[in-house]
Design a protein around this ligand. Sequence first.
Ligand code: C5P
Length: 218
Amino acid sequence: MTYNIAIDGPAGAGKSTIAKRVSGELSFIYVDTGAMYRSIALYLLRKDISATDVETVKVALEDIEIAIQYVNGEQHVLLNGEDVSGQIRTEEVGNMASKSSALPCVRAKLLELQKKLAREHDVVMDGRDIGTNILPDAQLKIYLTASVDTRASRRYKELIEKGTDCDLEAIKKDIEQRDYQDMHRETAPLMQAKDAVYLDSSDMTIDQVVEKIKSLAK
Ligand code: C5P
């Protein structure tokens, strides 16, 4: 049997940084499910398909194949064989992913791939509905969050370090809107699983969060 750790939480809570570190230290694989939703969003953006046009999205999904592969331990997402890992990291794609991932047909498309990875490997999987929906039997579930201000200023710093011009207030608004969309959709909304451990990382360092999760896993 495989050991599965599910980490859910809102945008910018540090899930991917933490999940990468924990998986590396435990020799598990890291599965970033947001990247899968982002890849579908990228496809829809490229084809100029709106997330409100459900019938067209359904038809488009038939032409989409999402796969993942690991290069030096890093997850790469393949969209119809093309490595789109770099292109899915924009705010535009993130916002589109938040809209399109609310559609049941989009979620159904990725469900089996996510479950299969967890069946076959020890994983740290992060997302929005991993503990509640994808891996209800995960041995450890974490709900990782942080205040909106903390998340916005972390994101701001990240962008400034990359040399991207940005505005703190706009980032904050974006995060609030994404939280709202993710928490209020009908299908698989973001929420804490009953048996998940709640961790607020606002006043914790990355090391502290990683150590906490590792000690819970033991
Ligand atoms: O985590 P990330 O910001 O990459 O996710 C992008 C969007 O994909 C989220 O805002 C959310 O709407 C969606 N998502 C989801 N379920 C997941 C992972 C991501 O709905 N398991």
